[in-house]
Design a protein around this ligand. Structure first.
Ligand SMILES: [Zn+2]
Ligand SMILES: [Zn+2]
Length: 281
């Protein structure tokens, strides 16, 4: 499967001469296997950059499945600006966590409506279908998808995708416990032995100490999750919007040293980075 990053920031979109290499759009990843509709991981401000029209015969309607982790703005703000949803014939299935009050659809309907957006959700031309998930095993085309709750702020899930001969875990936002000394069992289940783990790495240790309950974890905690789960490659993700390109380069060097190089390869997600993920025999 082909995994491509369209947005790699957490919290809010940012654009500055100091972050151009990694990019300033928020959480958006596409996963593609030829012959099947793409999976979109989150719908942040990078998703309008995704264009599958090259692989789609002219005139055939857009079809995709979005796996959304939670409804914080950095994960959903791209949806109303994603051109295919305004085309007749589009079918977009959105999976995401049920809300404390109401359905997943209710949550999106509260965002996509005037005065925040010119149209209400039910007047959007494409057919958008919503599916509430929490602790589930799904079959989407030939993809096997596992869903587990992930500690964060508000209802949040993570995903494991087994598809096209590769495995991926996607943990976009992850509240580490005080002391950073244990890992949620459901998270470890999603990440066990994956070829690619995309895991948030929002804070340094000093930042985490100042914001211990803001819903996130540290770079070294992401490395810890990858090592304990036996992930082959860790891709640091959901970068803090204030992190410059040079800061990120330095954090990757530190994380590689911590990982020890033995089992887990470490990299940082960047806009436009595309990885071919295949299980090694
Ligand atoms: Zn986030
Ligand atoms: Zn969040």
């Amino acid at each position: 499967m082909q995994v491509t990053f369209h947005g790699v920031r957490g919290s809010f979109p940012c654009s500055s001469p100091l972050n151009r290499r990694y990019g300033g759009n928020t959480a958006s990843v596409s996963v593609e296997v030829s012959g099947e509709p793409p999976l979109l991981l989150d719908l942040g401000t990078g998703v309008p950059q995704f264009d599958d029209s090259r692989g789609r015969p002219t005139g055939e309607p857009f079809r995709a499945v979005a796996l959304v982790t939670h409804l914080h703005l950095d994960h959903v703000l791209g949806l109303p600006f994603f051109a295919p949803v305004h085309q007749a014939g589009t079918q977009l299935d959105i999976y995401g966590p049920r809300q404390e009050a109401g359905t997943l659809r209710d949550g999106f309907a509260g965002l996509v409506e005037p005065p925040y957006f010119p149209l209400p959700l039910n007047e959007i031309l494409g057919d958008i279908r919503f599916h509430d998930v929490w602790h589930d095993e799904l079959e989407i085309g030939s993809a096997k998808v596992s869903v587990r709750p992930v500690p964060h702020v508000g209802p949040t899930v993570g995903y494991r995708v087994e598809w096209g001969g590769g495995t991926l875990a996607y943990i976009s936002d992850h509240q580490a416990p005080p002391g950073l000394d244990s890992i949620d069992a459901g998270v470890l289940e999603l990440c066990a032995g994956v070829d690619l783990l995309v895991h948030e790495a929002q804070y340094t240790r000093a930042e985490y100490a100042a914001k211990p309950n803001w819903g996130h974890c540290t770079v070294d905690y992401a490395v810890r999750v990858a090592r304990e789960a036996g992930a082959r490659t860790l891709c640091l993700y959901h970068h803090d919007p204030w992190r410059t390109d040079d800061d990120l380069d330095a954090l990757v060097v530190e994380a590689r040293a911590q990982a020890g190089g033995a089992t887990t390869e470490v990299m940082a997600a960047a806009e436009g980075l595309s990885l071919t993920v295949v299980t090694r025999g």
